[in-house]
Design a protein around this ligand. Sequence first.
Ligand code: ATP
Ligand code: MG
Length: 511
Amino acid sequence: MTEGRGAVPLVEMRGITKRFSGVTANRDVNFSVEAGEVHALLGENGAGKSTLMNILYGLYRPDEGRIFLDGKPVIFRTPRDAIAAGIGMVHQHFMLVHTHTVWENMILGVKDTPFVLPKKKIINRIAEISGHYGLQIDPSAMVWQLSTGEQQRVALLQMLYRNVRVLILDEPTAVLTPQESVRLFETIRRMSGEGHGVVFISHKMREVMSETHKVTALRRGENAGTVATSETTEEALAEMMMGRKVTLDVNRSRLNAGKTLFEVRNIRVLGDRGVEAVSEVSFSIKQNEILGLAGVAGNGQQELCEALVGLRPLLSGEIKMNGCRMEGSSPRRFIREGIYYIPSDRKGVGMASGMDIVSNSIIKKYWSKPVGHGAFIDWRNSAACAKRIIEDFDVSAPSLHTPVRNLSGGNLQKLLMGRELSEAPKVLIVMHPTWGLDVSATRYVREQLLAARENGSATLLISEDLDELLALSDRLAVMFKGKFMGLLDDPASVPTEKIGLLMAGAPVEAA
Ligand SMILES: Nc1ncnc2c1ncn2[C@@H]1O[C@H](COP(=O)(O)OP(=O)(O)OP(=O)(O)O)[C@@H](O)[C@H]1O
Ligand SMILES: [Mg+2]
């Protein structure tokens, strides 16, 4: 890839400091983006990446420091100011209006929204932009009907619709399938080729090395260095971010699986749009066993998980825990039986974002001792419980009473993992456990999943990361269009291309 142009940067941040009560998220940071440049912003969970970019996008005001646009000082009071100046951002958790259509989302929040919306004009413009940048989308679809990848496309379109010159992407690939990531990178290349500046936040080093021109690493809120991607290595970047090298290797011990704990027979489940999302799926998981489930997101995994923990009704079929029928029971009974769920949507099912860390830590056990006493909650025991999770899982947070919406994306995820795993679940259903985690946190979470396995948990692990699935799973199933395509007994011995074929819908014999 070519180097930046070396002229006056499109935007420049100088000496940026931002404090929140209890933490300094950014300290005297310099950062700039040039025309035509894809600039990676790296750092461990909580290093201050999102904060720095939220400042550039006008969501936060810096305590110190200034921003320059084409060399001239600017002050952004709101994202509207930033967008008007040509700076757009797509967040870790998109900020779309779910009850509106795609085309309506293009103009919501823009200054001078006209009373009657020129629908035809907007739709034509969407078609133009999506054709040009390869962002296929149905303009009249409701946002809530769209998959995560499609919603991201809408968020991107929204920014391009507003003619931004600098686009900030906060961990865009964390929620994408590998194929969707490839398409996103095509869009990014197109943008930078036309002179846009792109800020790319990611924990995936492979992408950073192949898709960016320049890298800036933040370390505990400070700029630890800016280098040309072509002149650095993954090792050097890890050193810059963390001061040490951390590998992802974990040790999966040989274990004899125990008795069958969780059994599912011929279940069928409807999706939100009223079509069958899970068709005649059957499997069982033993104690001390991790069953991996590979598949491209959107093939029924989400609906399957919700059904397995009582959050979504079955059309037909059986769920058995320890031989007892479970279907039709309340979600609370599933929890009481020791069936725990770690969803991929951390902010929806996983956490109550306005509540603090203590409340979120006990959300699933306020009715039982030592946290609950009849109608009362023992806050001292609750705080002790939260404190233990925070220490064990290295969650960095200003205090136990911080609302969880103020945690960095990765720290929120660690808190959720800690809450579920601290309960010694009998059955654990876990989706994308390492999405958005940095290298050390990823490794820690994988070790914890293996520790739960040694302690007798029966785990269903849903992931798109084949490396992760192969490192952790005793057996591997592949899901495609609501069905299980095959169950592999010794997944590590199966070539990954074969698994890839199953994920794309090829029958087992062909694969
Ligand atoms: N609104 C807020 N109020 C209080 N503290 C905050 C707020 N926003 C961020 N922080 C704190 O600032 C620090 C940096 O958070 P930030 O979200 O910028 O990290 P990050 O580098 O994006 O991490 P991740 O990779 O986990 O997303 C964290 O300690 C976080 O708890
Ligand atoms: Mg972040």
